[in-house]
Design a protein around this ligand. Structure first.
Ligand SMILES: [Fe+2]
Length: 214
């Protein structure tokens, strides 16, 4: 279908996020080509999601509501809604390589990380280990459940808040092959270590602060 015709027929309920970096800014962790291709995958998911809810009673639902609805009743919807939610959190959890100011968590958040995991590096190692030793996992998460930080993994495009009223994702990393294969081949562990050093901890700290006050 011609793109302009498609835009006329399908309202844009959801859109990919506007990022504060360019696709080339994640280099050398991820190449521009890989990021552009992955962003294209996210755009496809958004298009499918918008098509899926267009003209239905789900048109006005939030992305969180669609995730829960899909998880309970509709695997396709869970894939599209989760895909959009997860990729949006993923892209907005990363920083441009030159953005040195975003490399460190806030004092308050770091205190919590040290209290739970020992250090920021231990948290990163723990996420990489749990991610690479969960055979079917496609996403790894740092979540906060009633003030407690936890590392979790999910399969397909599921996310921790699909079946929980309390689990709040602070950041996630995409572990699907399409996220790393172009740059890392079969070296998933190497990708995980690199991408976990590309986190925008300043932004994740802001999420932490907002949710701490809830
Ligand atoms: Fe992805």
């Amino acid at each position: 279908m011609n793109k302009n015709v498609k835009e006329l027929l399908i309202p844009e309920f959801f859109k990919t996020p506007i990022l504060d970096y360019e696709p080339s800014d994640l280099s050398p962790t991820l190449s521009e080509e890989s990021v552009r291709s992955h962003l294209g995958h996210h755009e496809s998911i958004v298009m499918w999601l918008n098509e899926r809810i267009s003209g239905t009673e789900l048109e006005n639902a939030s992305i969180q509501e669609l995730c829960k609805e899909g998880f309970q009743y509709d695997q396709d919807l869970a894939y599209y809604a989760g895909g959009h939610y997860n990729h949006t959190l993923f892209w907005t959890s990363l920083r441009a390589s030159k953005n040195e100011a975003a490399k460190y968590p806030s004092h308050e958040f770091l205190k919590m990380i040290v209290g739970v995991f020992g250090s920021l590096e231990t948290l990163i190692d723990g996420m990489a280990l749990q991610a690479s030793t969960s055979p079917n996992a496609t996403w790894v998460w740092l979540t906060m459940d009633r003030g407690i930080l936890e590392i979790k993994t999910t399969e397909q495009n599921h996310n921790p808040c699909m079946n929980s009223a309390h689990d709040i994702p602070l950041l996630c990393i995409d572990m699907s092959e399409h996220a790393y294969f172009m740059d890392y081949g079969f070296e998933k562990r190497k990708y995980l270590k690199a991408i976990l050093h590309q986190i925008n901890w300043k932004k994740v700290s802001e999420r932490f602060n907002i949710n701490l006050k809830k």
